[in-house]
Design a protein. Structure first.
Lengths: 118, 108
């Protein structure tokens, strides 16, 4: 149980284009989902916290107009990287916190999406 | 910001216990300690969490000192597949802030 998927698993795009990454909780509902970014040989950095039906809360230094987050249902959150540039190339990982059950205090992570901007 | 410190790397012989330490000296009374691990190019995997009592599950044991300022994750019989970066996290409200973790290498 507590499986989180991400799509796509990897994407290559041209500079200036926008890329959408989906995060789905497959076997549970999640009121809260989180988006992280990880650069090579570094730890995960929290970008934003997303609550179903409301605006995301962004961490300091993360541009909300560049990283658009939508959390329209209890099982789906999307991250759109707008006007992507090479410095946005990174590993993007989402996590979800179950709405109910024994794991409500725990975040379950997706497999990550590797974004490369040319 | 991360509230934990961990050694950057450790080695462990296959079949032996791996003991991974974590310092969290500024932890508050109601903050939980979580452990995750990340195998290269994958998302973090939940291992275990606790508040003040020692915890055990099918993957590992978590030993938290009485003053809660440090903890140790124990993998009882390490295998090659346990090679990963292990993160100790103190949950601050709703968010997790990852530190630099410990890179564990299990040696045949």
């Amino acid at each position: 149980g507590a499986v989180v998927s991400q799509h796509p698993s990897w994407v290559i795009c041209k500079s200036g284009t926008s890329v959408k990454i989906e995060c789905r909780s497959l076997d549970f509902q999640a009121t809260t989902m989180f988006w992280y970014r990880q650069f090579p040989k570094q730890s995960l950095m929290l970008m934003a916290t997303s609550n179903e039906g409301s605006k995301a809360t962004y961490e300091q230094g993360v541009e909300k107009d560049k990283f658009l987050i939508n959390h329209a249902s209890l099982t789906l959150s999307t991250l759109t990287v707008t006007s992507a540039h090479p410095e946005d190339s990174s590993f993007y990982i989402c996590s979800a916190r179950p709405l109910s059950g024994s794991g409500t205090d725990t975040q379950y992570f997706g497999p990550g999406t590797r974004l490369t901007v040319l | 910001d991360a509230k934990t410190t961990q050694p950057p790397s450790m080695d462990c012989a296959e079949g032996r216990a791996a003991n991974l330490p974590c310092n969290h000296s500024t932890i508050s009374g109601n903050e939980y300690v979580y452990w995750y691990r990340q195998i290269h190019s994958q998302g973090p995997q939940y291992i275990i969490h606790g508040l003040k009592n020692n915890e055990t599950n099918e993957m590992a044991s978590l030993i938290i000192t009485e003053d809660r300022k440090s903890s140790t994750l124990i993998l009882p019989h390490a295998t090659l597949r346990d090679t990963a970066v292990y993160y100790c996290i103190v949950r601050a409200g709703n968010q997790f802030y990852f530190g630099t973790g410990t890179s564990l290498t299990v040696i045949p």
